[in-house]
Design a protein around this ligand. Structure first.
Ligand SMILES: Cc1cc2nc3c(=O)[nH]c(=O)nc-3n(C[C@H](O)[C@H](O)[C@H](O)COP(=O)(O)OP(=O)(O)OC[C@H]3O[C@@H](n4cnc5c(N)ncnc54)[C@H](O)[C@@H]3O)c2cc1C
Length: 491
C-alpha cells in the first residue's frame, strides 16, 4: 500500500464536511474516499514517489466543476485533474493529497466533428481509440494523428502536454494543433479561448476553427499540467485521410549517423513522420525482451511514412525520398533501405504495432514500470546525444531503448531514451540511470516534456531567472492559493 505523506489540507474545513459537500455537488455514486478506490490514483508506471489522494470525484458537467473549484479555492483543498494517468511523468500523482477529478469516466464525449474546417470538439476524457473508431465509422475521409500511447490514453491530455504523434514531422507538436479551449479558472469563471470566443453563454459548434489572431491565452493552459485551470472542452485539428499510406524503413549501422539521417529525411517535406528507434526496440518487438548487442550489427532503424492522394503523387514523393537516401549513402554513411511491410512479414507482425496506431506497443508494457526522458531536442545535437546516452545504458547494463523523431520538417527533434523496469524492485538503480541521462541531455540543451517535479528542480537551476519570475507571477495570478495540481514544476 502506498505510504501517504502527512498533509494538513483540512485546516479550514474538516474531511467529513468536505465529503458531504462533494456528495452534494456530484452525487454519492460519483464520490469516494475509500482506499480501494483511491489507490489506483496514487501512483503511475514511473518511479515517481506515490501519494494517496483523499477523494476521487467523477464529474458529468461544468456546472459541478464551477462549484467544486469555488469551494476548494475558498478552503484551500488541492484538485488534481486526471484523464487516464498515462502521461509517464507522475503528473497526476496527488503530491499534496486532495481531490482527484477523473474526467475519463463521464466527461468523455465527442461533441462535434466539423468536416469542412476539419476539427473535433472533445470533452477531456475522449481516448485515442474512441476518436479513431468514431472517425473510421463516420468520417472515413478524416484522420487524427496518434502517439505510441495505448488506445485508452486521452487525446486532450496528449495535446495539452504538447505530445508528438505520427504526423509530427509535418505538423510539429500536438500543442500547436489545438484550435480552442473551454476552461474553468480557479475562481469559477468559464472562459472560451480561440475563435470560439464569440457568443455569451455557449459557442456555435462551428466556431472552433482557429487559435489566432487574438492574444494567445491558450498559452496559459498548454503544458501547465493542470496547474492553471480545468479544461472542459478542447478542439483539435483533423487531417484528410489519404488513400495511400506506405512505410519506408532504413537500417542504420552507426549511432553517429542518426542525426544526419533524421534531419535530412525530415527536411524532404515529403513524409508525414520519421521515427528512429534503436535496434534493440526491433528485437523487443520480435519477442526478445532483454536483447544483447553484437559487434558490427546495425544500431538503429528508421520508419518514414509517405502518404498520397494518387499513385503518381506517391511515386513523386518516393523518388524524392530515395534521392535523399542516395545522397546520404554518398557521404559514406552505412544504411540499408528496406520495405517495411515485407520486413514485418518476415520477422514479426508485432512490429506493425509501431505504425498501426493507436496500438499497444507491447515492448513498452513488458515490465511493470516505464519511465523516460522525453524531450524536445536541438536537431544538430542528436548524434552527440545518442552516443552519450548509449554509453550510459551500457554502464547500467540496460538494453538501449532510444526513440527520436524529426519535428516540423526538422526545425527541432524529439529525443526520448526510455527505460522499462521492475516497479517497486529496481526503482533506485533505474532512477540513477535516468538522472545521469537527464544531466547529459540538459547539458546539451534538451527540454523535457511532461516533466516530473523532480526533473523541473534540475531545470530550474539552468533556466533564465526572468523566465522563472514571470512563470511564478502567472501561476500566482491563475491560482493564488496553489490548489491546482500543487507541486508540479516545484510550485
Ligand atoms: C506506453 C506509452 C507510450 C506513449 N507514447 C507517447 C508518444 O509516442 N508521444 C506522446 O506525445 N505521448 C506518449 N505517451 C503519453 C501520452 O500520449 C499522453 O501523455 C497521454 O495521452 C495523456 O494521458 P492521459 O489522457 O492519461 O492524461 P493524464 O495523464 O491523466 O493527464 C495529463 C495531464 O493533464 C492534466 N489534466 C488532465 N485533465 C485535465 C483537465 N480537464 N484540465 C486540465 N488539466 C488536465 C493532468 O493533471 C496531467 O497533468 C505515451 C504514454 C504511454 C503510457
Amino acid at each position: 500500500m502506498t505510504i501517504t505523506k502527512e498533509t494538513n489540507i483540512f485546516e479550514k474545513v474538516n474531511k467529513e464536511e468536505v465529503y458531504q459537500k462533494l456528495v452534494e455537488i456530484f452525487g454519492k455514486e460519483n464520490v469516494s474516499s475509500k482506499s480501494v478506490d483511491l489507490y489506483p490514483y496514487s501512483y503511475d508506471m514511473t518511479e515517481c514517489a506515490p501519494n494517496m489522494p483523499d477523494f476521487v470525484v467523477i464529474p458529468e458537467n461544468k456546472e459541478q466543476l464551477v462549484e467544486l473549484v469555488k469551494y476548494c479555492n475558498q478552503n484551500v483543498i488541492p484538485i488534481v485533474p486526471y484523464i487516464s494517468g498515462n502521461n509517464v511523468g507522475g503528473l497526476t500523482i496527488p503530491e499534496r493529497g486532495g481531490i482527484i477529478v477523473d474526467f475519463g469516466k463521464k466527461m468523455n464525449k465527442i461533441l462535434h466533428i466539423n468536416e469542412n474546417m476539419m476539427y473535433a470538439l472533445l470533452e477531456p476524457g475522449v481516448t485515442f481509440g474512441q476518436l479513431k473508431k468514431h472517425l473510421d465509422e463516420n468520417f472515413p475521409h478524416l484522420r487524427y494523428n496518434y502517439p505510441f500511447a495505448p488506445p485508452y490514453a486521452g487525446v486532450v491530455g496528449n495535446a495539452m502536454l504538447s505530445g508528438m504523434n505520427n504526423m509530427s514531422c509535418k505538423i510539429g507538436s500536438m500543442g500547436d494543433s489545438i484550435n480552442g479551449l473551454e476552461v474553468i479558472t480557479v475562481d469559477g469563471d468559464i472562459a472560451r479561448i480561440g475563435s470560439c470566443f464569440y457568443g455569451k453563454e455557449e459557442a456555435d459548434p462551428d466556431s472552433w476553427w482557429s487559435r489566432y489572431p487574438m492574444p494567445d491565452l491558450m498559452g496559459l493552459f498548454v503544458n501547465w499540467q493542470g496547474m492553471t485551470g480545468l479544461i472542459t472542452k478542447c478542439a483539435v485539428q483533423l487531417w484528410p485521410k489519404k488513400p495511400i499510406r506506405k512505410f519506408e524503413a532504413l537500417i542504420i549501422f552507426n549511432l553517429k549517423d542518426v542525426g544526419e539521417i533524421c534531419r535530412e529525411i525530415g527536411r524532404t517535406e515529403v513524409i508525414d513522420d520519421i521515427a528512429l528507434g534503436s535496434i534493440e526496440i526491433v528485437k523487443m518487438c520480435c519477442g526478445i525482451p532483454e536483447p544483447k548487442t553484437f559487434p558490427g550489427e546495425p544500431r538503429m532503424m528508421s520508419i518514414s511514412t509517405i502518404t498520397a492522394h494518387t499513385e503518381n503523387q506517391y511515386k513523386a514523393k518516393k523518388e524524392i525520398y530515395l534521392n535523399i537516401i542516395e545522397k546520404i549513402k554518398q557521404q559514406g554513411i552505412r544504411i540499408y533501405s528496406i520495405d517495411f511491410d515485407e520486413f514485418v512479414k518476415l520477422f514479426n507482425l508485432r512490429l506493425r504495432s509501431l505504425v498501426d496506431l493507436p496500438s499497444m506497443v507491447l515492448s513498452l508494457f513488458e515490465y511493470s514500470g516505464l519511465t523516460w526522458f522525453g524531450s524536445y531536442a536541438p536537431s544538430h545535437k542528436i548524434e552527440e546525444l545518442s552516443q552519450k546516452v548509449d554509453k550510459l545504458f551500457k554502464k547500467y547494463n540496460v538494453p538501449l531503448y532510444l526513440y527520436m523523431k524529426s519535428m516540423k520538417y526538422s526545425h527541432y527533434c524529439i529525443f526520448r531514451p526510455i527505460i522499462r523496469f521492475d516497479k517497486f524492485k529496481d526503482e533506485e538503480r533505474i532512477h540513477k540511470l535516468l538522472e545521469e541521462i537527464i544531466d547529459t541531455c540538459l547539458e546539451l540543451g534538451c527540454i523535457p516534456y511532461k516533466t516530473p517535479a523532480w526533473m523541473t528542480e534540475k531545470m530550474r537551476k539552468k533556466i533564465n531567472p526572468g523566465w522563472l519570475k514571470l512563470f511564478e507571477k502567472v501561476k500566482k495570478m491563475m491560482d493564488p492559493n496553489a490548489i491546482l495540481n500543487p507541486g508540479r514544476w516545484n510550485t
